[in-house]
Design a protein around this ligand. Structure first.
Ligand code: NAD
Length: 490
């Protein structure tokens, strides 16, 4: 049994109330850890510490190359412990080991990316009337509250922590209350590499108390949140008190559009990957598959054939291709959506059930599920299910595909499959989404901005855009002829 403490001011601490929360392995239902269950008081303490650390200037005023040295060291240590961390991620979140291994490698890459970026040329100068020399510099925002969900516990943490620290901010990080395990290891590493006390803090506990305090506190300058759209909305409201800077990476219902002239096998393959990777618990999942009428039936037939072959099991079984959902509550939510789809009149052509045979009965396993004969107004077409449930939509031509693709409140991601390059670009340019793919789905790069249009969020993570979100911009105007201006008579 693991005992997980919070990390505040360089100390590992229990919740002030002494409360703990049981952390469950979703493949077996077994309790694997007891995590400190923080409260508003714990959050306030961590925020105060981060405030003092920022205001001391110790971290922000370090030369960029020095901060980079810490981040490179974190990346090295993540890599050195990669297999251990991947196994912990699978134990806590359920995802197959091959995915956890990928996440750890990507997390190390993200630290290296920002360690490199922070030492590169930066800022602007601009020409104004003599004798003023004008320039723009970037400075850290200050104290950053970082709140993440449970679907990529380590990776989502790193996408925020790496750029925030690189830019010279101090942080209070909160993992999802369901998946705090690998965050503990990450903060052990942060401690080992010697990041000064108070710069990086971790609190645990419920969103509505601990998370809300991070969003509401006037001592916090910026909140960077990844999670559901409804939570994002409440964070915006809480953050309004001191006009906090906010970045929100929220939900999606992303269209994956396949034209009749697409490479058939490639499109089938990516359609499966788009919705069933990570059990469909991916914000950018291709959860709506838009098929051109003429290939619809043949495509669905092949898709179902392939989906039925997906090996569902415990994430630590090397044979497993799809693991359990993250928790019982989440599994129940997904199963309710499947019932809703049937009740709405969509036709279930694959899966639809909880899996209990072959020792899976204690875990939260759901079959790869596919609905056809949907209509655009159905809730299973409009709402994010965040599980292995695909809604297939049929379209007649390019214009119809674009209209259907954009017909939700979300705008996170989208894919297009066609061998006609010009058509692919025409469609992508019309898609109201921040992350797009042509003839592939899901590849994600530390170098490229991540985020959505419409109700999928505000701002971008990753890349130079993600770095900028953790900075303020200052203009500096320097008078090169220091003498009175004489505007008012003496
Ligand atoms: P969630 O919104 O319930 O929780 C996310 C985090 O917010 C958790 O740490 C939670 O404790 C905290 N939280 C909850 N209520 C809060 C409040 N009132 N104030 C402050 N913090 C609060 O989301 P989830 O169920 O953990 O994750 C699934 C959601 O995350 C999906 O909607 C998914 O699309 C989204 N997501 C988006 C991205 C992206 O990059 N766009 C990536 C991963 C997940």
């Amino acid at each position: 049994m693991l005992h997980l403490k919070m990390y505040i001011n360089g100390e590992w601490v229990d919740a002030q109330s002494g409360k703990t929360r049981e952390i469950v392995n979703p493949a077996s239902g077994e309790v694997i850890a007891l995590a400190a269950e923080g409260d508003v008081e714990d959050a306030r303490h961590a925020i105060q510490v981060a405030r003092q650390a920022f205001d001391s200037g110790e971290w922000a005023e370090l030369p960029a190359a020095e901060r980079a040295r810490y981040l490179f060291a974190i990346a090295d240590k993540l890599e050195a412990r990669a297999e251990e961390i991947a196994r912990l991620e699978t134990l806590d979140n359920g995802k197959p080991l091959r995915e956890s291994r990928f996440d750890v490698a990507d997390a190390a890459g993200c630290f290296r990316y920002y360690a490199g970026l922070v030492t590169k040329p930066d800022g602007q100068t601009y020409h104004v009337a003599d004798p003023v020399q004008a320039m723009v510099v970037r400075e850290p925002v200050g104290v950053c509250g970082l709140i993440v969900p449970w679907n990529y516990p380590l990776l989502m943490a790193v996408w925020k922590i790496a750029p925030a620290l690189a830019a010279g901010n101090t942080i209070v990080f909160k993992p999802s209350e369901v998946t705090p395990v690998t965050a503990r290891t990450l903060f052990e590493i942060i401690e080992e590499v010697g990041i000064p006390k108070g710069v990086a803090n971790m609190v645990m506990g419920p969103g509505p108390t601990v998370g809300h305090e991070l969003a509401a506190s006037h001592l916090v300058d910026k909140i960077s949140f990844t999670g559901g759209t409804a939570t994002g909305r409440s964070i915006m409201t809480a953050a309004a008190g001191n006009i906090k800077k906010i970045s929100l990476e929220l939900g999606g219902k992303s269209p994956n559009i396949v034209f009749a002239d697409a490479d058939f096998d490639t499109a089938v393959d990516y359609a499966l990957f788009g919705i069933f990777a990570n059990q469909g618990q991916v914000c950018s999942a291709g959860s709506r598959l838009l098929l051109e009428e003429s290939i619809h039936d043949r495509f669905v037939e092949r898709l179902v054939e392939r989906a039925k072959q997906i090996r569902v099991g415990a994430g630590d079984d090397p044979e497993t291709e799809m693991g359990p959902l993250v928790s019982q509550a989440h599994m129940e939510k997904v199963l309710r959506y499947i019932e809703l789809g049937k009740a709405e009149g969509a036709r279930l052509v694959c899966g639809g059930n909880r899996l209990a045979a072959n020792g899976l009965d204690k875990g939260y396993f759901v079959e790869p599920t596919i609905f056809v004969d949907t209509t655009p107004d159905m809730r299973i077409v409009q709402e994010e299910i965040f599980g292995p449930v695909l809604a297939v939509q049929k379209f007649t031509d390019e214009e119809d595909a674009i209209r259907l693709a954009n017909n939700t409140v979300y705008g996170l991601a989208g894919g297009v499959f066609t061998q006609d390059g010009a058509k692919a670009m025409r469609v992508i340019k019309k898609l109201r989404a921040g992350i797009t793919w042509i003839n592939c789905y899901h590849p994600t790069y530390n170098e490229a901005p991540w985020g959505g249009y419409k109700q999928s969020g505000i701002g971008r993570g990753l890349g130079t855009f993600g770095f900028d979100e953790f900075t303020e911009v200052k203009q500096i105007n320097i008078n090169l002829q220091v003498q009175p201006i004489g505007w008012f008579a003496k």
